[in-house]
Design a protein around this ligand. Structure first.
Ligand code: NAD
Ligand code: WQD
Length: 338
C-alpha cells in the first residue's frame, strides 16, 4: 500500500515525502512540475536511500490520474498540489480557482471512483482572514479570506466537509499551516521560488547570497512589540512530520478533523532578521518600507489541539529555521538549477 502525494516535488511536499520514506511508507508522487524541478526526486532518494515512484501529471487530467490509481495500491492521499502566490491570485483569479478548486474536485472524483476515501489537505492560516484575533483557534470563523488564493482554501475546506457529510466513509484532515520556513538539515532540499521571492525568509536568504541588494521591511506601525508584522514561523520538517500524524489520525477516526500546524509563538520581521544575522553571522541590509497591502499585524496559532489530538508539536527553534534556510540557500545558490 502506498501514499499518493500530489505536489510532492514542491517545497512542503518534498520534505513530507522524505519523512514518509523515513517512516517506511511507500510513496507515489504526482506533480506537473509547474513550480518544481525533477531534480528534487534525486535529492530525496539521495537523502533517504529509497526510491520514489513519480508521475509527471496534472491533477486535472482525470484519465491519467485514474491510471495512477489503477497501477498502484493507494491507501491515502496527501494533497499539496496548488498554486500559492497571493498577489498573483488577485491578478489571475480564474487561474487559481481553476487549478486549486477544479483540480481538487477532479482528484476527489478519481479517488471516489477508486474507493480511496482518505485525504490530508494542505490548508492555510489564511482561512482565518483579518478579523479573528491571535492565537487563532480551529473553532474560529473562516469565511473572510481576503484574496482569491485564500478563498480557494476556504472553498476546498467546505467542499471536503460536504463530501464527508454526504458519505461517512470519507476520512479527511484539514491542516492549516502557519508560515513554513527552513529546509532539510542536509541542505539538499529546500524552498526554491521562481523569480523574486514574495515571502520573507527566501527574500532574506537571497539578500544573504548577494542576489538581492536589501530587504524591504513592510510596515513599522503595526500593533506589535517593535512595530513590524508578527507571524508564526514553523520549520518545514516539523510541518512535514505533522502530515504523518494526520495520516494516522485519518485511520483511527473517520469524518473531518481540523488542526493548526504552527508553533504557537509569534516573531516579528525584525526578530527574524536579527535571529538570521546572529545564527549565520551574516549582515542583512534592510530598509524600512511602507506596509504591503493585505498584510495583517499579527498571526499566530493556538497549537494545542494538534498537540492533544495528534500528539504532535514542533521541535525546532527559530534558530534552527534560520540556520537550515541558509544552509540550503548557500549550498544551492541557484536552487535546483545547478
Ligand atoms: P509549491 O509550489 O512548492 O508546491 C506545490 C506543488 O504542486 C508544485 O511542485 C507544483 O508543481 C505542483 N502543482 C501545482 N498545481 C498542480 C497541478 N494542477 N497538478 C499537479 N501538480 C501541481 O508549494 P508549497 O509551499 O510546497 O505548498 C504546498 C501546499 O501547501 C499548497 O497547497 C499551498 O497552498 C499550501 N500552503 C503553503 C504555505 C507556504 O507558505 N508555503 C502556507 C500554507 C499553505
Ligand atoms: C511575513 C512577514 C510581511 C516579505 C504568506 C501568505 C499565506 C501563507 C504563507 C500560503 C509579513 C513581511 C515579507 C518582505 C517583509 N501562504 N515581509 N518583507 O504574508 O504572513 O503569509 O505566506 O498559504 O497565505 O499570505 O508571509 O513571508 O510573505 O510575510 O517585511 O520582503 O514578513 O509584511 O509581516 P505572510 P510572508
Amino acid at each position: 500500500m502506498a501514499i499518493l502525494v500530489t505536489g510532492g516535488a514542491g517545497y512542503i511536499g518534498s520534505h513530507t515525502v522524505v519523512e514518509l520514506l523515513e517512516q517506511n511508507y511507500q510513496v507515489v508522487v504526482v506533480d506537473n512540475l509547474y513550480n518544481s524541478q525533477i531534480e528534487v526526486l534525486d535529492r530525496i532518494e539521495e537523502i533517504t536511500g529509497k526510491k520514489v515512484k513519480f508521475y509527471q501529471i496534472d491533477i486535472l487530467d482525470k484519465a491519467a490520474m485514474t491510471q495512477v490509481f489503477a497501477e498502484n495500491e493507494i491507501e491515502a492521499v496527501i494533497h499539496f498540489a496548488s498554486y500559492k502566490a497571493v498577489g498573483e491570485s488577485v491578478i489571475k483569479p480564474l487561474m487559481y480557482y481553476h487549478n486549486n478548486i477544479e483540480g481538487t474536485v477532479a482528484l476527489l472524483e478519481v479517488m471516489n471512483h477508486a474507493g480511496v476515501k482518505d485525504i490530508v489537505f494542505s490548508s492555510s492560516a489564511t482561512v482565518y482572514g483579518e478579523d479573528n484575533p491571535s492565537p487563532l483557534k480551529e473553532s474560529m470563523p473562516t469565511d473572510t479570506a481576503n484574496n482569491p488564493y485564500g478563498y480557494t482554501k476556504v472553498v476546498i475546506e467546505h467542499l471536503l466537509q460536504d463530501l464527508a457529510k454526504a458519505d461517512s466513509e470519507w476520512s479527511v484532515t484539514l491542516l492549516r499551516y502557519f508560515n513554513p520556513i527552513g529546509a532539510h538539515e542536509s541542505g539538499r532540499i529546500g524552498e526554491n521560488p521562481n523569480g523574486i521571492p514574495n515571502n520573507l525568509m527566501p527574500y532574506i536568504t537571497q539578500v544573504a547570497i548577494g542576489k538581492l541588494p536589501e530587504l524591504s521591511v513592510f510596515g513599522q506601525d503595526y500593533q506589535t512589540h517593535d512595530g513590524t508584522g508578527v507571524r508564526d514561523y514553523i520549520h518545514v520538517v516539523d510541518l512535514a512530520k505533522g502530515h504523518i500524524k494526520a495520516l494516522e489520525k485519518n485511520k483511527e477516526q473517520l469524518g473531518v478533523k481540523v488542526y493548526n500546524l504552527g508553533t504557537g509563538i509569534g516573531f516579528s520581521v525584525l526578530d527574524l532578521v536579527k535571529a538570521f544575522q546572529t545564527v549565520n553571522h551574516i549582515e542583512i541590509p534592510y530598509r524600512l518600507a511602507p506596509r504591503r497591502p493585505g498584510d495583517i499585524d499579527i498571526c499566530f496559532a493556538d497549537a494545542s489541539k494538534a498537540k492533544e489530538e495528534l500528539n504532535w508539536q514542533t521541535e525546532k527553534t527559530l534558530e534552527d529555521m534560520c540556520r537550515d534556510s541558509w544552509n540550503w540557500q548557500s549550498q544551492n545558490p541557484k536552487g535546483y538549477c545547478e
